[in-house]
Design a protein around this ligand. Sequence first.
Ligand code: ZN
Length: 240
Amino acid sequence: MRKFIWMFCALILFAMLSGIVEKLATDDIQAISKVPTTHKVVALTIDDGPHSQITPEILAILKEKQVKATFFVLGINVEKSPGILAQEVADGHEIGTHTYSHPSLAKLSPQKVAVEFDKAENAILPFAPKPVVFRPPGGLYNSQILETARERGYSVILWSIDPQDWNCPPKEKVIDEVLSKVKPGSIILLHDGQYPLPTPKALGAIIDGLRERGYTFVTVSELLAYYEVRHSFNPLSPMF
Ligand SMILES: [Zn+2]
């Protein structure tokens, strides 16, 4: 009987510890808005495309300047312009997912969130490798979204510089906002989901200005490898 009680207590203790470890792991999942690094590297990220008019203009500038960016695409727009997604891949850019239809995920049921991931992947996967970076629409998320993204093999990526190009300010404002706020490890948010936008006209000057300041451009996945802060867990792996 005493042996049985000891075994029972051990089982309870094991269950409690498992729960604590699981809770710690869940609490530690992070959305990444910038990468702490001393290296002068930055990532250009471009959301909401592909778009039949604006995206080719952006791709032409990136090719001319020999810069690799990360496109957080919408599945619904990939279905409209699959050839442009294929071009992004052919040009060496990274593809991330931004959901299928750009809903506010935190307001959706877990089942509807899963459908957004599934449909986005179904649209992307015929043309690109399985994305490993995910950006929630509007940057809005909760712990459930973080957990779902982790289970599906994604790092959750936000941004540290937002020149609000989607709101169509003068291109000078877009350029100034980026150049005045840049730091090593910055993640810069731009858009290619509507036409017109000041983004193509600003992009060349942004790239030139950052290069003059000594910065080089990497994709988001490459940027994550520059993480220099030590944690008791690896924040870069969605599967830690
Ligand atoms: Zn968006």
